[in-house]
Design a protein around this ligand. Structure first.
Ligand code: GTP
Length: 597
């Protein structure tokens, strides 16, 4: 295709603002999917995405469109993932486009996430088409939000398109606007081939399907390709476009978007952001912006039933085929048995992974409290990278550094006070504040990532009646006064409960955990002290009093079946006992202690 006739674009939208519905409507209007075979939300493939209403993996679809000038264009819609944890993937999808539709629910206004992605699009010099969706809703306030959008991107309120993805109103105009406003791709057709990977998806039947946008030159079948970050070469088995079913083509040229299949079995060999070139005539310069996926949040995952350990390992290996950011290694815990320490991009990534393990592989899992990665420098200058609090080094520590984030919060102005309080209590620093409109505020904070991974989002929602939204991106690290708090049962450290916390919060963490455990651990035949300690210093203590309890004494004679039930129950409980030193702890107690509520 002549690059002049190509338009590459994506849709920036908040969850539920109608991205999938709009994409479906575009598929239908351009005739690539017949109305009757229209599966609702064609682009969202995975069940879990559909259920949770989030888009995790991006894909692309090619739409042939004849504009009002009677010329036939090729519009490539590149789907972007919609959540903070995947902001690097978003940035790569944006880098594959020349323009973006900024899609905002006309009854809700813009959200923090959308704003953050909009800024990213502006940094990438994309042409922005502001669009209000759901204008058919009685609650829609198109005038108000058009003014807000115009204010944010610096256009006239009348430049904001108004559509209903549901009814189709305005969508044809939008397609024409894409042709008119978004510049065609430019690239050097004679240069060595360079294509950027903006997504790669594992398919059980075909192996890894790699989605690319060609920048320069041409990629064809029957040639070897090279991944520029690793110099690994692969044979090209198939090259094609999604329209939306995979359709083979002979080659992809400048500005074109399509997929490659090379027989690679694992997405880590075909990484988002990497540059694909021809192995026989390789380009010399990798496209800018490539980054190795870097896990930010770690958690131990353990099967509740120890015999599930091999199933868990296989399941993690399977998920990793499709998830270059997921890392894991075996770990043993005195409290929880055999499991894996897993690294994730963020909390949602953790949650999705856990959910999929439980659902798709039928596993019951317990996860330790999520923690971030700390860098510890000892006085003798040795550096440690700590991904598990129980491995925090002993000895003379010179400094501890923790990862920071830049957070953007959007909220009705009524909640500025509560948000400031929350951020302050989480060691946040206010960087700036802007009114987007009369009653909506954008606040920018730097915060330690560790403070966000622990129930920050829930707190934010509950303090703002659900109105505030949050987005964050990594932003370096800071030296902080952090200590490890251990929890000891009769003098034995329970590894799963060690935590790295700010010095000022050590006491409250210790107190909360010891109290919780006292309530959860049944009495033993001897007294059991539960202590919280920083190094050798005990900062909190509770006691479980000794008692020899006859379970049946409660029953005051009588009902024999009730007695039997009690005995059975006791037997059941015994099976799942873990020994910490001499102390018998029901696994249930650990599980409850680790859950946040
Ligand atoms: P994710 O896939 O979760 O990112 O959400 P999305 O942004 O793709 O939203 P989706 O298209 O799933 O739409 C969310 C909800 O809004 C669905 O219930 C849609 O039916 C509804 N919706 C989308 N567009 C419109 C519209 O123009 N009018 C009305 N009334 N409802 C709409």
């Amino acid at each position: 295709t002549d690059p002049a006739l190509i338009r590459n674009f994506c849709i920036i939208a908040h969850i539920d603002h109608g991205k999938s519905t709009l994409a479906d409507r575009m598929l239908q209007l351009t005739g690539v999917v017949e109305a009757r075979q229209m599966r609702a939300q064609y682009l969202d493939r995975m069940d879990i995405e559909r259920e949770r209403g989030i888009t995790i993996k991006s894909q692309a679809v090619r739409l042939p469109f004849t504009a009002t000038d009677d010329v036939s264009y090729v519009l490539n819609l590149i789907d972007t993932p919609g959540h903070v944890d995947f902001s690097y993937e978003v940035s790569r999808s944006l880098a594959a486009c020349e323009g973006a539709i900024l899609l905002v629910d006309a009854a809700q206004g813009i959200e923090a996430q959308t704003l953050a992605n909009l800024y990213m699009a502006l940094e990438n010099d994309l042409a922005i088409i502001p669009v209000l969706n759901k204008i058919d809703l009685p609650a829609a306030q198109p005038e108000k939000y058009a003014a807000e959008l115009a204010n944010i991107i610096g256009c006239e309120p009348s430049d904001v398109l108004k559509v209903s993805a549901k009814t189709g109103v305005g969508v044809d105009e939008l397609l024409n606007e894409i042709v008119a406003k978004i510049p065609p791709p430019v690239g050097d057709a004679d240069a060595p081939a360079r294509a950027m990977i903006f997504d790669s998806v594992y398919d059980t039947y075909r192996g890894v399907v790699t989605y690319v946008r060609v920048i320069d030159g041409q990629l064809g079948t029957r040639e070897r390709i090279q991944m520029m970050s690793t110099r690994a070469t692969h044979e090209m088995l198939e090259i094609g476009v999604s329209s939306p079913e995979p359709t083979k083509v002979a080659s992809l040229g400048v500005g074109e978007v399509g997929y490659l299949i090379t027989g690679v079995k694992d997405v880590r060999q075909s990484k988002v952001g990497d540059t694909v070139t021809s192995a026989t005539k390789p380009a010399t310069e990798i496209l800018s912006g490539y980054r190795e996926p870097k896990p930010m949040v770690f958690s131990g995952l353990y099967p509740i039933d120890g015999t599930d350990y091999p199933v868990l390992r296989d399941a993690l290996e399977k998920l990793q085929l499709n998830d270059a950011a997921l890392v894991f290694e075996p770990e043993t815990s005195a409290a929880l048995g055999f499991g894996f320490r897993c690294g994730f991009l963020g909390l949602l990534h953790l949650e999705i992974t856990r959910d999929r393990l439980e659902r798709e592989f039928n596993l019951d899992l317990i996860s330790t409290a999520p923690n971030v990665v700390y860098q510890v420098r000892m006085e003798d200058a040795v550096e440690h990278t700590v991904t598990n609090p129980s491995e925090f080094p002993e000895g003379k520590i010179a400094e501890v550094r923790e990862p920071m984030v830049r957070a953007t919060l959007l909220s009705p102005s009524d909640f500025v006070g509560p948000i400031m309080e929350l951020c302050q209590s989480r060691r946040g620093n206010l960087q700036g504040m802007d009114y987007l409109s009369e009653d909506r505020v954008e606040m920018r904070y730097t915060l330690p990532l560790a403070e966000i991974v622990f129930d920050f989002f829930d707190q934010l929602k509950s303090r703002t009646k659900g109105y505030a939204s949050l987005d964050y991106e990594p932003s370096g690290e800071q030296i902080a006064d952090l200590v490890k708090v251990d929890i000891l049962l009769q003098g034995e450290t329970v590894d799963a409960f060690s935590a790295i916390v700010h010095k000022e919060n050590a006491y409250s963490y210790g107190l909360a955990m010891t109290k919780k455990l006292r309530e959860l651990i049944p009495r033993q035949q001897f007294e059991v002290p539960i202590q919280a300690a920083v190094g050798a210093r005990v900062i909190a203590r509770e006691n479980i009093r000794a008692i020899r309890k006859d379970v049946l004494s409660k029953c005051y004679g009588g009902d024999i079946s009730r007695k039997r039930k009690l005995l059975e129950k006791q037997k059941e409980g015994k099976k799942r006992m873990k020994m910490v030193g001499r102390v018998e702890v029901p696994q249930e107690a650990f599980i409850s202690a680790l859950s946040t509520d």
